[in-house]
Design a protein around this ligand. Structure first.
Ligand code: SF4
Ligand code: SF4
Length: 165
């Protein structure tokens, strides 16, 4: 299956797939946190050496990133607009009270899938899909949720499932 087909399939049979991922998570929970991190980090490196995010951009197309005050200040400065104007034009509070971009796909995503504010992109964009962070055990549920958005996370969890069986 190629990347475009994998992206199309992200929302298919979600409940069934989530059950399988939960099984993998249960196995991961039996490991020491450091060992679970090792598994994720190895697969993160492997999978992102195979996937070109510019051929995907599904996160930028579907999921507004959380914005920190520092992100808002950096992007406003880069765009040379006052923070207040930037907020009015691009930012809303989501249902959890977090600040996010008010449009999806992201207003800064180019037609070529390049980010127009790459050097000052929000921290959440830099870290997505969080599969190379420490203490992965703290975000197992979020990681399963991200299988609906990110084909790399699907591959990572599938590879981990294979490694554990
Ligand atoms: S700011 Fe850039 S990296 Fe972040 S969602 Fe928008 S286009 Fe994607
Ligand atoms: S991080 Fe995941 S969803 Fe975002 S562009 Fe890369 S592969 Fe696609």
């Amino acid at each position: 299956m190629n990347l475009q087909e994998e992206i199309k399939k992200l929302n298919q049979n979600t409940q069934q797939k989530k059950k399988a991922y939960q099984k993998t998570i249960q196995q991961l929970k039996k490991l020491k946190p450091y060992d679970a991190d090792e598994l994720f980090h190895t697969q993160h490196e492997q999978v992102f050496s195979e996937i070109d995010c510019l051929q995907c951009a599904n996160c930028c197309k579907t999921t507004p990133p959380l914005l920190l005050n520092e992100d808002i200040n950096n992007i406003s400065r880069k765009l040379n607009v006052p923070v207040k104007k930037f907020m009015q034009e691009y930012v809303v509070k989501d249902e959890d009270g977090d600040l996010v971009f008010n449009q999806s796909p992201c207003p800064f995503l180019g037609a070529d899938n390049f980010c127009k504010i790459y050097e000052v992109r929000p921290n959440a964009c830099r870290e997505y899909p969080h599969t190379n962070r420490k203490k992965m055990n703290q975000i197992f549920d979020l990681t399963v949720k991200n299988t609906e958005i990110c084909p790399a996370v699907v591959r990572i969890l599938n590879n981990i499932e294979n490694a554990l069986t």
